[in-house]
Ligand binder design. Structure first.
Ligand code: NIG
Ligand code: FE
Length: 417
């Protein structure tokens, strides 16, 4: 067994002897220890405490190779990014320029851009190239402190291409130390061939895609873009129920562009999370607050599409469970930088730094059913950690939003940089 000690930690953040998903006002409670030590055993967190109470056997390690002096730095659980579309081909900056000129997201979709543009490119890209692109992105995100990630399909939209995406995610999972969860998002939009035949495409999802996914063990979750002009609540329900029959829990795209009924259908189906939530009314907020479903907010998507930010304060005050994620994708959030997500949650949504950090670590982990493994400094959890550069305080992280303050990152107890 290999022991490692981090010591002289300015502040050890999110220390909990046990954890549960945080709701409402609990989100602002971020336990920290000033001037702390942290002991790791192999890939796990073993123990922690204040320097003045460093046990004598660990004191013997000071000055040896197994102990690292991190004076001036914070140590926190690595970010858990519970909503991304990391596997995609190329980029869509031409649409970005169209949007600057005044076209809306819906107008770009209607003229064959948007998701369909990415789907065309993905169909032309080999599985190996797709893997290579995604691998690069994953390495970049890990260096920025992301220590667990969810990745969706949804740029395939044919049996062949959806399976290709899910196989790429599986390969990332096999080759990376980062815990990865896969979500099947065949119901992202209607492919051109089924524009006038929605029923035909839904039958393809349920009759062809889901059985192949079940046979290959290729997904953990099922997602549907529940939105006007995409999938209705009734269609969402049919698709989710079919996914649940093969063991996939639901994580839905809900209430992004309109009050689409996505939150209500998600809660009724016992979804693990309903994500986006830019467009919320009182009924949707009350429904979410009365449930165990996590509301995952994606502030960089709101920012990039120039939409009003998600009503985080209302959701927290109503007693919802809130997580934060990046939505990394080529159309609405071409950044997977969770440090930026936290900064935007604070400036754009008025979340407190403590709330944002809890939402991007512990509640993010619960939004991936990994709350018992990740998201806090808890004995027995995975040692997926961020060691910051020297900083004056915790609030400095979202405050100094343009500076990369992530110093070193550990994944399963090993330094990756
Ligand atoms: O989460 N809203 C649906 N899907 C993505 C965007 C996909 C795209 O534009 O490529 C999102 O924002
Ligand atoms: Fe998304």
């Amino acid at each position: 067994m290999s022991t490692r000690l981090l010591y002289n930690i300015r502040q050890l953040v999110n220390t909990r002897m046990r954890s549960h998903p945080l709701r409402g006002a609990e989100l602002a409670e971020l336990p920290v220890i000033d001037d702390a030590w942290l002991q790791l055993e192999d890939d796990r967190i073993a123990a922690f405490g204040a320097m003045q109470a460093l046990p004598p056997d660990l004191r013997l390690l000071l000055g040896t190779d197994t102990a690292l002096d991190v004076s001036g730095c914070l140590v926190l659980p690595a970010w858990v990014d519970s909503h991304t579309h990391l596997v995609f081909s190329g980029s869509r900056e031409a649409e970005f320029v169209d949007k600057i000129k005044g076209l809306s997201y819906a107008e770009i979709n209607a003229k064959g851009g948007g998701i369909l543009n990415s789907a065309r490119r993905l169909a032309e890209t080999s599985e190996d190239s797709l893997f290579a692109e995604a691998w690069q992105r994953l390495q970049e995100l890990t260096r920025l402190g992301t220590g667990a990630i969810e990745i969706k399909s949804g740029y395939g939209l044919t049996v062949e291409s959806e399976l290709k995406m899910l196989r790429v995610i599986k390969k990332l999972r096999e080759r990376s130390r980062v815990p990865i969860r896969a979500t099947f998002l065949g119901a992202h939009t209607y492919p051109a061939a089924f524009r006038e035949n929605h029923e035909g495409y839904i039958e393809k999802i349920i009759g062809d895609m889901l059985p192949a996914i079940a046979a290959g063990g290729l997904a953990d979750y099922i997602d549907v873009f529940c939105e006007e002009g995409f999938f209705s609540p009734a269609e969402t329900e049919r698709i989710v129920r079919a996914g649940q029959r093969i063991g996939l829990s639901a994580k839905l795209h809900a209430n992004q562009l309109h009050c689409s009924g996505g939150v209500e259908v998600g809660v009724r189906l016992g979804a693990l999370s309903v994500d986006h939530l830019e467009s919320m009314n009182d009924a949707a907020i009350t429904t979410l607050a009365a449930s165990d479903t996590i509301g995952t907010l994606l502030p960089t998507a709101a920012f990039f599409l120039r939409m009003p930010f998600q009503p985080a304060r209302k959701l927290i005050d109503a007693g919802c469970r809130i997580a934060l994620a990046s939505d990394y994708n080529p159309g609405s959030s071409p950044s997977g930088n969770m440090n930026l997500v936290i900064a935007m949650a604070c400036t754009g949504m008025r979340m407190l730094p403590e709330e944002a950090i809890n939402a991007a670590t512990l509640n993010g982990a619960y939004a991936l059913s990994m709350g018992d493994q990740l998201g806090s400094i808890t004995p027995g959890k995975m040692a997926n950690l961020i060691i910051t550069r020297p900083v004056p305080s915790l609030a400095y992280l979202p405050y100094a939003f343009g500076t990369n303050l992530v110093g070193r990152v550990l994944i399963r107890g090993e330094f990756i940089n």
